[in-house]
Ligand binder design. Structure first.
Ligand code: GUN
Length: 289
């Protein structure tokens, strides 16, 4: 059996089109468009690509995108002052600080400084708490995108066994909450988990978010399972170039899984679409409150 491919590019395009329609309806009513401010510190090549893609998608959806670039040696106080200005700016509905940050800047301090109602990444402690408490807040974009792809697989997931590999605050931990809220029985596995393949083989839904190229091989996968690959790893090719691979060894996994996301074209595009969705949600809550 060959798995169904969960095409994140087309699901994301659909979602972006729906959001663009809603934004167009706002502007027809003479309302201001939602605004997203993205802060990039330094010149990390991957971060530059992510930030550029976020800006393009934001503008395509009819929203206002503003980028703030700061040098790699920026002082924490300067970054905090910028965030305070963005928090106070009424035309800004979402504030996103691209991670990772350089070592002289404490990420936790920076994330805590973002107005929780503008925290479109969902990383502020208040939004983390809201997610764990089952309250309405802003939910991190990548796990939100993963859930939409899991739903796209079309199975009733209540009562299913889900295993998430990776315990990061950006993906692993919030992912477990979303699966739990959807009535799955959830296990978080990580680098110290004993017999990882055996733990993973219990999963009806397997989410890999560790950043280890091709870690999940066919032997990790229960036949028919839904496999979501969050990894985006750049690996060298024999000809001297490079290519992107996920955490899942796709060629063999596709023969065992029931549904699977490719890399690229799976979770990645969903993250950006969910960022737009969060920006629109933040806008509506601010305008309507
Ligand atoms: N770096 C890698 N992923 C993310 C993300 O989802 N948000 C931010 N702000 N930085 C990241």
């Amino acid at each position: 059996m060959t798995a169904r491919i969960l095409d994140g590019s087309s699901v994301a395009a659909r979602l972006r089109a729906e959001i663009a329609e809603q934004v167009a309806a706002l502007t027809t009513l003479q309302r201001r468009a939602p605004g997203l401010a993205v802060v990039l510190v330094g010149d990390n090549p991957a971060s530059q690509v992510y930030v550029r893609n976020k800006g393009v998608a934001t503008r395509k959806a009819g929203m206002v995108s503003v980028e703030h670039r700061l040098p790699d040696d920026v002082q924490e106080t300067e970054l905090l002052a910028l965030i305070a200005r963005l928090n106070a700016d009424d035309a800004v509905d979402g504030v996103l600080v691209q991670l990772p940050l350089p070592p002289q800047v404490r990420s936790e301090k920076v994330l805590a400084a973002i107005d929780p109602d503008k925290d479109v990444d969902g990383f502020h402690a208040l939004n983390v708490g809201r997610l764990w408490g089952g309250e309405a807040g802003l939910v991190p974009c990548t796990p939100r995108g993963c859930m939409k792809l899991i739903v796209e697989a079309g199975r009733d997931i209540g009562g299913m066994d889900a295993v998430v590999i990776g315990r990061s605050g950006i993906v692993g931990k919030p992912m477990t909450q979303l699966l739990l809220a959807a009535n799955c029985t959830v296990t978080i596995a990580h680098s110290r988990t004993r017999d990882l393949p055996e733990v993973c083989r219990r999963a009806d839904i397997l989410v890999a978010a560790v950043g280890v190229p091709n870690l999940v091989t066919a032997g990790f996968i229960r036949p028919g399972a839904t496999v979501i690959d969050v990894g985006i790893n750049r690996v060298a090719k024999a000809d001297g170039g490079s290519r992107l691979v996920g955490d899942v060894a796709f060629e063999e996994a596709v023969e065992v899984a029931g549904a699977i996301t490719p890399v690229p074209g799976g979770v990645g595009p969903m993250t950006i679409a969910c960022l737009l969705e969060n920006t629109l949600t933040a806008y509506r809550r601010r305008v309507e409150s």
